[in-house]
Ligand binder design. Structure first.
Ligand SMILES: [Zn+2]
Length: 196
């Protein structure tokens, strides 16, 4: 879907890139493909695959709008907030499961889980965050990756999201320059070098 983006929306997308790198840095995840399951656990998210649920519950979830891929519920346990992220591992391939979990991480770290309902824009930002978390543009640019195949191989993301994301990154390159990195991306790459 082609959409005109306003400056304000662009800023929100840049913030997603930053937030993703902050999460990776804060929890010390500098290896790619990202172990997104471990990252979620470290954040305090309990991952619950649909495959362990009773069939009726699974069927209900798959037919509920917005719950066919996954969702997160926050609850109090001994005075602490805990997050349960349910994700479809039954009829969804692993790269897409990884994407769902990365998407849900955004809802947790930015407090979306406590909102009454999420807007389309919240969901679009979570999708962009997920790509930035699984496949930081800083690394794509540093390593000179420029085809969806390379993205799939390097980051273990689905072919479909690799295609969209590659277009977005190539567009960014044409605006900012082939090798241009933002300060926070350079800082992240310094950490990658230091800790990997
Ligand atoms: Zn969502």
């Amino acid at each position: 879907m082609a959409m005109m983006t306003t400056d304000n929306e662009k800023k929100q997308y840049d913030k997603m890139t930053q937030l993703a790198l902050d999460v990776l840095s804060d929890y010390g995840f500098f290896h790619f493909p990202l172990d997104v399951f471990s990252l979620a656990n470290k954040i305090g998210i309990q991952l619950i695959p649909y495959s362990i649920l009773p069939v009726e519950q699974y069927m209900t979830l798959c037919h509920k709008h917005g719950m066919d891929l996954g969702f997160t519920i926050s609850r109090l346990e001994n005075g602490y907030i805990v997050y349960d992220t349910y994700y479809n591992d039954v009829d969804i391939r692993e790269p897409a499961q990884r994407f769902t979990i990365a998407h849900e991480i955004k809802h947790v770290v930015s407090g979306d889980c406590h909102k009454k309902y999420l807007t389309e824009s919240d969901e679009a930002l979570a999708n962009f965050f997920a790509k930035s978390l699984l496949a930081p543009q800083a690394i794509i640019i540093q390593e000179g990756l420029n085809s969806p195949e390379q993205y799939v191989e390097r980051f273990h993301i689905s072919r479909q999201s690799a295609e969209y994301y590659c277009l977005a990154t190539e567009n960014r390159k044409s605006v900012f320059g082939e090798k241009y990195l933002f300060d926070y991306e350079q800082e992240f790459l310094d950490k990658v070098r230091k800790y990997s």
